[in-house]
Design a protein around this ligand. Sequence first.
Ligand code: ACO
Length: 428
Amino acid sequence: MSDIAKLQIGESTYEFPLVKGSENETAIDIKTLRGATGGVVTIDPGFKNTGSCQSAITFLDGEKGILRYRGYSIEELAEKADFLEVAYLLIFGELPTKEQLDKFYNDILDNAIVDDDIKKIIDAFPKNAHPMGILSSLTSALTAFNPSSVNVDSDEEMYNAIVKIMGKFPVLVAWTMRKKTGMPLHYGSRKLGYVENILTMMFQKPNDEYDINPILLNALDKLLILHADHEQNCSTSTVRVVGSSHAGLFPSLSAGISALWGPLHGGANQAVLEMLEAIKADGGDTKKYMGKAKDKADPFRLMGFGHRVYKNFDPRARIIKKAADEVLGDLGVEDPVLDIAKGLEKEALSDQYFVDRKLYPNVDFYSGIIYRAMGIPVEMFTVMFALGRLPGWIAQWREMRLRKEPIGRPRQVYTGANERSFVKLEDR
Ligand code: ACO
């Protein structure tokens, strides 16, 4: 194949170089398009055909159902690594040595204390506030308490901002949940591992010890790894675009959390469980809901199905489905909602509508069932997604800054009124 793309507009032909990725993906580099053509732009709503950057962090092949972080398969990482190692790998590019990991974790712990005044902000939220709104606000508020994290002009300043947020974010997540469950805020312990601390900060009662259940620890570690990055999805692109204006790391992350909140993105894990509950309450008739999902006059969609990039099984969904079986089995939980989920999946996989559109279960289809078995309230599910996605967002933000990417500022095709004269209020 030639390494040039030719574009013909009217009588003129323009040439653009092709860019090749390390897995042989091909892109047309149109950086010179406007200049060469005198103002022509491309239009691609939802960026379905647009690469926004070159990135060395995550590779995914939606047709084949492949997901790799820094070259390592998600299956191998979920089985052999822990979340902190994966976070280090994503952010810094290589698996850490024992010394590197110990230093990283010590630096995180040294920066885990959240200013006590943040508690006043938490107090100001109504108890029924959605945890994603609280988390996004608190993450942004951190900037006010850590102004040095805004300007990150040296490697050292960037590293400091990273260990600060890796330390403080789990505290904010746990406090967000404790606000919901009415428990006093908790700091965990330096003696615990990263994910052990998360569980302890979330669940320890003020009048009791908290024994970490290894099944829950393993399940949470796996869930966090599976959610840790997914290249240029909606929230990650948001983090990169906000960060491209040189807003600091924390407000960029806060914007990413807001993007993740939507039910078409991370909010789907909450929406899936609510959908499964509604089907159960309606007598468990999965066929009725399959019919609704296929009816174009009905806005209902089968939540947890379909993906912008995967046109094959989401590899994360396979791992999570197995983990859901294990966790529920090990904990001795019988959840009728799991049976409804399995029933829906079976029907959808053999239904022509879903087959034709290549709609498969995505990462969110089974994760909520595990979170619920762990005792996490439904409204916290997307917060748990954010906790897992944190290292991915950081890695993508860091890469964007290190590559000195220009400010994100797309063009448009204007379709509004042509120039017209202003009409005074009394004459309208
Ligand atoms: N249920 C029923 N039909 C669906 C579904 C679904 N879940 N998803 C897609 N379709 C149909 C669409 O109606 C459309 O049909 P048409 O071609 O007849 O018009 C076709 O499949 C393509 O769908 P699009 O919306 O064009 O696909 P897009 O790539 O824009 O959207 C998305 C992907 C948003 C994930 C979509 O599949 C969806 O809404 N799924 C449910 C929500 C969900 O689970 N989101 C989580 C995604 S994973 C994540 O963010 C972590």
